[in-house]
Every structure is written in structure tokens, then in C-alpha cells.
Design a protein around this ligand. Sequence first.
Ligand code: SF4
Length: 509
Amino acid sequence: MSYVTDYVIGYRKTMHLTKTDFKEYLLCSHSFWFQKKRPEEYVPGEFSLFLKKLIEDGYEVERYVRTMFPDGVLLEGDRATLISKTKELVQEEQTLFQATFQTEEGLFAQIDVLRFNNETKKWDIYEVKASSEIKTDIKHNHIKDIGFQALVVQKSLGAVGESSIIYINKEYRRQGAIDTEKLFIIENVSERVAKQNKDLLGEVEQALALLAIDDLPLESCECFYKSAGQHCDSFAVFNRAVPDYSVHHVVTGKKLHQLLLTGVVHIEDIPGDFPLTDIQRAKVDLQKNGEPLIEQLAIRDTLSRLTFPLYFLDYETYGTPIPILDGYKTNQQIVFQVSLHVLRESGDLEHYEYLAPALDGATLGLVTFLREHVDAPGSIIVWYESFEKARNRELGELHPPYREFLLTLNERIFDLMKFFKKEYLHPEFQGSASIKNVLPVLLPELTYKTLDIQNGTMALSEWEKIIKGQVRGAEAETVKHNLLQYCCRDTYAMVEIYRFLKKLTHRDS
Ligand code: SF4
């Protein structure tokens, strides 16, 4: 009896290993163990509204895929019911959605589509992905995912047939009703699954073995020597001596290694003669001095080149894997809201806004609004220009009569964020130029925390409630009010940041 089998007897009573668990394990064994064994101590970092949306998108895609298997039966109910219904319907060789299996070792899987192949007399499995390609990167490995599912089916039914992944055709553009034959690509990946089988078996065993361990040293983890961009939400748990903003945010690779080996984790402790690039040195000096670094002349010069009136512009967008408007591709962003503050040279400030009341005509209403309220000349001020520029190009493709106008807007765009990448650095920005980091430091009174909607993901979820009719009457009015408040705050914050910089550089000139 192997070590794994020894422990499985105990493990089986308490825990299961699902495909999601296995994915977590492949990403990082430390984080996987911590989430499974100490769930009460695990604090997810960025909220998972975004993840929740991804999961809901996945369900929506599955609903469409099911129409491609008209003989399929959808299984519903609690875990025990699903397992027993699966056993029963498998006997009848019925095509099943969400067929559910649990093996003796504790492996657990729900199969998107399980279909009996009358030629091979085996069960074929289909894994549905809300993405537009088969991914095999470190974060998403679709071949491992389906390999895990195939393993569970094989252990449960004795054999498994072909393994296929169904994903979205990125070239498909909606025109009228969804054509599932054109929207989805079904790719047989059986050979790729077979090739990885030996490795996968070993990995599954190791994941199970790890779950048998009740105590894991929490002193450090492998990412201690990796830059901050590669850390997961559990980094702080395993590296308690490392501050939130550390050398991991300033240097990478060999330099990071070198510093950590000499015990340097605080940015302030990086020696003065340590080799750094100019940008790295600026970041270090900033933390050491504890004072903002402001290139006043450069800021003043740039501000003086802006043309009045200044149009402060911000879009809110909504995208889904299944295109919901004609002319749209998978995950293409629908711009459903815009806030526009217009600052005249006299100092007068006007505010205009548009919120699409429904899906139909949403973007036509928006471009009409822009045409009406954005005159020439005047600089258009945004935060993170590539986002608004990309949306303008897409809107131009969708509405050819406005194409020229929208492309001209792009030529007038000025990105306010650029100041905070080079010319205005503050130790409390912690190396970020995001408005969510800059605003609380410069103008804390304009916090988003007092708003009901505090970020773009919340905004799109709220708009979804309106277009899906999930809120009506007074409730819908409240949602609209909250959306307008949020987007207005984005542009008003930019106006105030502009005024802050103007005042600062004027005062000290
Ligand atoms: S930070 Fe630590 S726990 Fe997180 S992925 Fe890296 S090694 Fe794993």
C-alpha cells in the first residue's frame, strides 16, 4: 500500500479534491494547502465580484452549449442526488449535463457534457470553456482540467472515450439569433490528454498526499524570491516579515535575489551603492526620503499645452462571452455609460452624463450624446488612455457615420495618469499610478468608499441588473442613481486632480 493510499483512508472522510482544487494545487501547493486546511484564515485579496462574474459567464456559455446536444438531460439537486441520478441514467446511456462522480480516493467531478458513443461504446466527455482559445499557461491549463475530469470518469465508469473542449470562436460576430454552430469550436484533445496522463496521475496523488498533512511550516514560500507581480493572495501568510510594500515591488530577478540573500526586505534598507536603474533608484529614494517627488516645471509645461475647454471623460463598459448585441464579438465591451465634466478657461464647470436605459440602442445613444456634448477644440482628459481610445475605435466600427468623429476624439486625448508615473511620485502611492491609489493621498475627501458603487466591476454588475430586468421601479431608479454617482465621481476626481496640480505648480513657480 502506497503512502498516498495510506493517508487516503483518513482523507476520504473529510475532504474531496475537485477540478478547481486541483487547479489551485497546480498553481501553488502552499496556497492550495492553506485554502483547504485553514479556510477560516484565508483572506482573498481582490474581491471576487470579478470572479463571480466569470463563473456566471461560464454558466451562461454552458446554457448555449446544451442546445447543441438536444437529447441531453440536465441533472440538478444536491450532491447525493446528483451522484445517484448519474448512476441511474448512465445505465440508460443517456447524454448528461453535470453528470457527477465521486471516487473512492475522494476525487470529485461534474462533467459539462457526458455522452455515450455508440460506435466506441465508451463515454465521451466535453469540457466547456468561456474563453476563445484552449489555454495551457501557468494560470489556466485546460488540458489538465479535462484530464482531471477524464480521470474521474475513468475511475468511475471503468473507461473513458474521447475528450473534447468546447470554446468560443473569437471571429464570430453576432447578427440576429446566436448561431451555436458558428459560435462554438469543438476540439478533440484526447491525444493531448493521453500524453499528459502519467504526469497528471502523479500530480493528483501529490495533491491528495498534501491534504493529508495537518501542519505545514508557514515561515516562507517559493515566491519569496519572486517579484510582487507573481505573488498570490497568500504571500503575506507565508512571509510575515515582509512588509506590504517591499523590495519585491522595486527589483526583479538576480537583483531581488541578491538583496533577499543579504536580508534586505525593506526598500529603505537597500544600500546606496546597490546597482539600480534610474526608475528603481527614484522609487527607493522616494521611500527613503518619505517625501513626494514632484517635477513641477515639467508638470506645468504639460498642463500649459492643454487646450480649453477641458473635457474630462470616463466610460463604463460591459462585456460577455456570448455576444449580446449585433455586430459584437465575444467579450467585446459595450460602452453603456459616460460621464463628462467640461471645464472652461474661466473656471466654470459643467457636467453631462449618459446612462443607457436598455441594451437596445445603448451605444447609438452614447455616440449621439458624445456628438452633442463634445465640441472642438478642447483637450479630452482621461485616466489610462488606451482603454477609452480602444472603445472609441470599436464604437466607430459599429457606427460608421460617427467613425471620423470618434477617431478625432482619440487624437485629442490626454492621459492624466501619466503625471503619476514619472513627474509626481509619492511614497504612499506604493508604486502605483492607479486613480484608486492616487486619489486617497491627494484628495482623501473624494473617497469612493462613501459610494454604493465603488469600482467598475460593481458598476457593470449593477447595469446588468437593469438590462436583465432584475430590478424595476424604485429599485431600478436607485441603481441608476448609484451608477451615475459613481461615474460622475471618476470624472470629478480627475477635475480636482487637475486643479490640484495646476494650483501646486502655479503656487511654487
Ligand atoms: S506567494 Fe507563496 S503561496 Fe502564493 S503562489 Fe507564491 S509560493 Fe504560493
